[in-house]
Design a protein. Structure first.
Length: 206
């Protein structure tokens, strides 16, 4: 089923390519590399992707140049609606706009789930997806990460803890956890609100 943005931009592939380049501003890839990165295996998808790339060049959203005898495409960071599209892409990457993230709740007994890094364009974050979960289904996690990587066009850096480890790290003022919670992030699931509030109180009084 198409998302709202896919309807708005005319097709799943058009929105996927716009999103891909907004998330990867410095890449310069040929059509085949772009298609592979976005896992567009079907022949019709590959053909449509090539047409959309040409259209995005005509719209001046992308530039193209010849690299090693192949046409490569890269983002025009001076595009008239660059800032607006950047905001739209970031908003689309977080729950509930990103439908894939709704599946986080089904991975097990999820106590905390949050996104940072690539999802919200926070380049300082050490992780993209952070999960505190007991009785984790590794199979469901594997499928979710694969789908998210297809959606984002790159590898997802994720971190896992069970509740006992998370509680211990909170108690010890673990640097990784503290930095993650203090940096920009978006929460998907929060069943440990009391622990997080207690952490804030402890940090203020220390």
């Amino acid at each position: 089923m198409k998302t709202e943005l896919e309807f708005l931009f005319g097709s799943r592939i058009r929105w996927r390519l716009i999103k891909f380049f907004m998330l990867h501003e410095k890449v310069a890839l040929n059509a085949l590399e772009i298609i592979e990165r976005n896992k567009m295996e079907a022949k019709t998808s590959r053909e449509e992707a090539k047409k959309v790339l040409a259209q995005l060049v005509n719209a001046k959203f992308l530039y193209s140049r010849t690299i090693k005898k192949q046409k490569a495409y890269f983002l025009n960071t001076k595009y008239s609606f660059y800032n607006e599209l950047k905001w739209l892409v970031v908003k689309s990457n977080i729950y509930p706009q990103c439908e894939q993230l709704n599946r986080v709740k089904n991975l097990g007994e999820v106590k905390l789930g949050l996104v940072s890094g690539i999802f919200i364009n926070n380049k300082k974050s050490k992780t993209d997806l952070f999960l505190v979960v007991d009785n984790l289904s590794r199979a469901k996690l594997k499928h979710l990460i694969e789908d998210l990587e297809t959606e984002m066009g790159q590898e997802i850096n994720y971190s896992l803890m069970n509740l006992e480890e998370f509680r211990y790290r909170i108690k010890m003022f673990d640097k990784f956890v503290l930095e993650l919670l203090e940096q920009p992030h978006e929460i998907i699931v929060n069943e440990v609100d009391g622990m997080l509030k207690e952490l804030k109180r402890s940090r203020k009084s220390s």
